[in-house]
Design a protein around this ligand. Structure first.
Ligand code: ATP
Ligand code: MG
Ligand code: FE
Length: 335
């Protein structure tokens, strides 16, 4: 089974060839970050234009690197949401064109299912498993009871974890996307500010990061007004400690309520070193011997390999194919 997969939901143009749902034959990722940095975030029109410019070249590279031709393929897969509508449409148009021209089934993939199934590129998954999805736009605890079968246990009420990193990063003078640099800075500091840990007192599996973001920004502005300079590493470490405390605590509660053999951490924030260390430590003491699966950095951020992996699961569970009417769904939910 060979799947050609497309991912263009945000600011990465990515095309991959995946064999049997888990072997990466190629995973081309063209990032546009440099074009967006001076605006402090992704500019949708700029993103779509870059996708148009990159997609054919990436497709060619993906096929060449995998050493396959269109006639070898089993299916074509594409992210159809959530994401930026103009960006999604470029990947969808490319996938539809190839599907039509080469008579290949078209598999529509949810971007978050892709983030979750990036784990399948690392290790075989056993059901049920738990997924902590932490990305630029989402923070969710998802119980995956069977292939392609999701139950949303909790989610953020406001900002996503990655979004919070990007916003406080800007206050620290760090370029978008700030997550990685804040993470590195945090390792040079101490949790001296003791920012709030939201929603821990509440008996649910939801999150909130906007209060933490405000507390952080107010602390920095207050110091500015007094002409004081705060230790940036300590600020970053304090912010990260708060985010990780909440993510780890809620994940532990989810695992206690729904024991599973595997915990998958998915999305861009899964690259966070602090979070990885904390979850590793927690699961090392876990009675249920839950295995922690965190994909390598390249598979945490947006990429088409994860879309190919999720598409393979949809193929195996006989989900309906899309036809040429497939449209982008910018606010598509996982469940
Ligand atoms: P979504 O997947 O919800 O649609 P997205 O695709 O924009 O959103 P991803 O590409 O999965 O999000 O992740 C990008 C986010 O991950 C950014 O907010 C970035 O700051 C964050 N991020 C990347 N590396 C790290 C890190 N080491 N620590 C914390 N955050 C990180
Ligand atoms: Mg991105
Ligand atoms: Fe993403």
């Amino acid at each position: 089974e060979l799947i050609l997969a497309f991912e263009t939901s945000c600011d990465e143009t990515s095309v991959a060839v995946i064999e049997d749902g888990h072997r990466i034959l190629s995973n081309i990722i063209a990032t546009q970050i440099k074009s967006h940095q001076r605006f402090g975030g992704v500019v949708p029109e700029v993103a779509s234009r870059h996708h148009v410019e990159q997609i054919l070249h990436c497709t060619q590279l993906a096929l060449t690197e995998a050493d396959v031709t269109y006639s070898d393929l089993t299916a074509v897969a594409v992210t159809y949401g959530p994401g930026l509508v103009g960006s999604l449409l470029i990947g969808i148009s490319a996938a539809k064109t190839i599907s039509f021209a080469h008579q290949l089934p078209l598999i529509p993939v949810n971007h978050l299912a892709g983030h979750i199934y990036a784990a399948q590129l690392v290790t075989p998954l056993s059901y049920p498993f738990m997924a902590l999805v932490v990305s630029g736009g989402h923070t969710e605890l998802v119980y995956v009871s069977a292939p392609n079968t999701y139950q949303l246990l909790g989610e953020t009420r406001d900002d996503a974890a990655g979004e919070a990193y990007d916003k406080i990063g800007r206050v620290l003078g760090i370029n978008y996307p700030a997550g990685k640099a804040v993470d590195q800075l945090a390792h040079e500091g101490q949790d001296t500010f003791n920012f709030p840990r939201a929603m821990l007192a509440e008996d649910n599996l939801d999150f909130s990061f906007s209060g933490l973001k405000s507390a952080f920004i107010n602390t920095v502005h207050h110091a500015d007004q007094l002409g004081e300079t705060l230790n940036r590493a300590d600020l970053a470490a304090s912010f990260q400690a708060s985010v990780c405390d909440v993510l780890v605590e809620k994940t532990q509660r989810a695992l206690a309520a729904h024991p599973v053999q595997q915990l998958v951490v998915a999305g861009g924030v899964a690259a966070n070193q602090g979070l990885r260390e904390r979850l590793t430590a927690v699961l090392a003491n876990d009675q249920n011997e839950t295995e922690l699966i965190v994909p390598p950095l390249r598979l945490c951020g947006d990429n088409a390999a994860m879309i190919g992996a999720a598409a393979s699961v949809q193929l195996a569970t006989k989900q309906p194919f899309a036809d040429l009417n497939l449209n982008a769904d910018p606010s598509l939910d996982l469940v």
